[in-house]
Write a protein that binds this ligand. Structure first.
Ligand code: 1GP
Length: 238
């Protein structure tokens, strides 16, 4: 079970998730990327994006055929689904006030998720302003929390924990100029006990380590590796 693995790793090993956007990863790239990901002890592969054109199920299957790494769906909406994955990061966009992303898509997908038997990782998804308008902001039609409003981010994370969500994802958005500030991660870490995932705009190993040191249990990197697989060993080094 993936959640069990996340809980058991706390205090022992920091986790690194590789985010693959199916539209930005062709067969050749995937073939090169997966062996490196396995060598680098990547903890799991997240598959997703705000808007996806290619066949989601086929893409997940091709990852499963070529690697033994756990594959977790990182859905942009209810259409992003595959029974071949190991788990789904069931994101409720709790920093926003758009009911479609708080509960609407979840209702649409609920029976398919139940029938699939996939592990459900219910996660409070909190958008933090990363210095540029990102696809997730536009597609979800929600406003991110300003990066300086640490008290709002903390209260939002706390509410997510009190609602029974199993994890908090602090998200600056794919391709963010500024990753989630370390002071904000530290403050959320002090406020909640559940695991914290941090992603968006992490481009250097210093930024990855800073997020881990601030209290992230797992970091997510996508963009920085899309055109530069060679950076993976450095970014994923513990
Ligand atoms: C985006 O947090 C992830 O949803 C990863 O962001 O693509 O900027 O690494 P990047």
């Amino acid at each position: 079970m993936i959640y069990q693995k996340i809980i058991e790793s706390r205090g022992k090993e920091k986790l690194f998730a590789l985010l693959i956007d199916p539209d930005k990863c062709n067969k050749e790239h995937l073939k090169k990327l997966l062996p490196i990901a396995m060598q680098c002890n990547v903890s799991m592969i997240l598959v997703g994006g705000s808007l996806i054109k290619v066949d989601f199920g086929q893409f997940v299957s091709s990852i499963k055929e070529q690697s033994s790494l756990p594959v977790v769906i990182f859905p942009g909406n209810a259409m992003h689904f595959s029974t071949e994955a190991d788990a789904i990061l069931l994101l409720s966009l709790i920093s926003g006030r758009n009911s479609d992303f708080l509960i609407g898509n979840h209702v649409i997908a609920s029976n398919a998720i139940k029938n699939s038997g996939l592990e459900v990782l219910s996660t409070g998804y909190i958008l933090i302003d990363g210095g540029v308008q990102t696809s997730v902001q536009y597609m979800s039609n929600t406003m991110p929390i300003p990066a300086s409003k640490i008290d709002i981010a903390v209260a939002t994370a706390l509410a997510g924990e009190q609602l029974g969500l199993k994890m908090i994802y602090l998200e600056a958005g794919s391709g963010a100029i500024n990753p989630v500030p370390t002071e904000l991660i530290i403050a959320v870490r002090e406020a909640v006990n559940i695991p914290i995932i941090v992603g968006g705009g992490l481009k250097t190993s210093e930024q990855v380590k800073a997020a881990w040191n601030a209290g992230a249990d797992m970091v997510v990197v996508g963009n920085a590796l899309e055109n530069d697989i060679e950076k993976l060993p450095l970014l994923a080094a513990r």
